[in-house]
Design a protein around this ligand. Structure first.
Ligand SMILES: [Zn+2]
Length: 281
């Protein structure tokens, strides 16, 4: 112990001596002359849009790169990213390009959606079919069983979707017993179009789950006779804790939409990543 104490004192003294040996105002480093040599720069790589980058990061088995306004796909083909068309709210849902999928950032600080704020409701079907299956038989081949409370549900194994749902189930099971009622009679895979449209539902691809409808609200049920372009009354009874657990594992919630579908959760880690960068949340 004594030896250690002495060595500390020695170190302290030598540091003190070093500091004192410098006269006031003396500079340690001699200022260097600025180097004015021009170094040739490599041409800047084409800027990758936030959405394209998020797709590459989250779906690396399918999206290998981005070049000249196209996503470079694993099968060697290219998919147009931005068709540069001005679209109405309805057009954007009926004929979206890939860029339109990111037209509304999914903002986790917003609990009361403004008019027509439906982040994630726009999906480019070509891209979804390429990843999850171009028809029912193909999508079905990629499904695996996931234990969901008292049920076994089918979910896509693609892009880690099923694993993410398992992680959600594990965390939801930690909530108080009073929350369990929200997870009864849940449903997932169903190759079908969205009610009142020709658009394929995310349930067709095995990446969406509807939790208990008894405690859920859907914009068409709460606003009878109203259409997509009408002004709606908003309702949600799903607790925030449930929504936030899904979001933590890469799912978006239909409770965040103006055209609310509060039972609906959908695997969209790409949108969550892109939106974090756009909203700084
Ligand atoms: Zn749904």
């Amino acid at each position: 112990m004594r030896l250690i104490a002495i060595s500390h004192i020695t170190l302290f003294l030598s540091l003190s001596i070093c500091a004192c040996s410098q006269t006031p105002g003396e500079q340690l480093a001699i200022p260097q002359q600025k180097d004015t040599t021009i170094v040739p720069q490599a041409p800047a790589p084409s800027k990758i849009p936030v959405g394209a980058q998020a797709l590459m990061d989250n779906y690396p088995d399918f999206i290998k790169g981005y070049e000249e306004n196209h996503l470079l796909l694993a099968d060697g083909s290219a998919l147009l990213y931005d068709d540069q068309e001005e679209k109405s709210f309805i057009d954007r849902m009926d004929k979206p390009d890939v860029e339109d999928m990111f037209s509304q950032p999914y903002d986790t600080s917003v609990w009361l959606p403004a008019r027509n704020y439906d982040p994630g409701r726009v999906r480019n079907e070509e891209l979804m079919k390429y990843m999850y299956g171009k028809n029912e038989a193909e999508a079905r081949k990629r499904l695996v069983r996931v234990k969901w409370f008292k049920q076994q549900l089918l979910f896509s194994s693609v892009n880690g979707a099923a694993d993410s749902l398992k992680a959600v189930a594990k965390e939801l099971a930690q909530l108080p017993a009073s929350y369990q009622k929200y997870f009864d009679n849940s449903s997932t895979f169903y190759w079908r179009t969205v009610r009142g449209s020709n658009r394929l539902s995310a349930h067709s691809f095995g990446i969406a789950i509807d939790i208990c409808t008894k405690f859920s609200d859907y914009w068409r049920w709460k606003n009878p006779g109203k259409g997509e372009e009408d002004s709606l009354k908003y309702t949600n009874r799903i607790p925030k804790e449930i929504i936030q657990i899904f979001e933590k594992h890469g799912f978006i919630s239909g409770a965040r939409w103006y055209h609310f579908d509060t039972m609906h959760f959908e695997f969209r880690p790409d949108l969550l990543q892109a939106s974090r960068q756009q909203t700084n949340n």
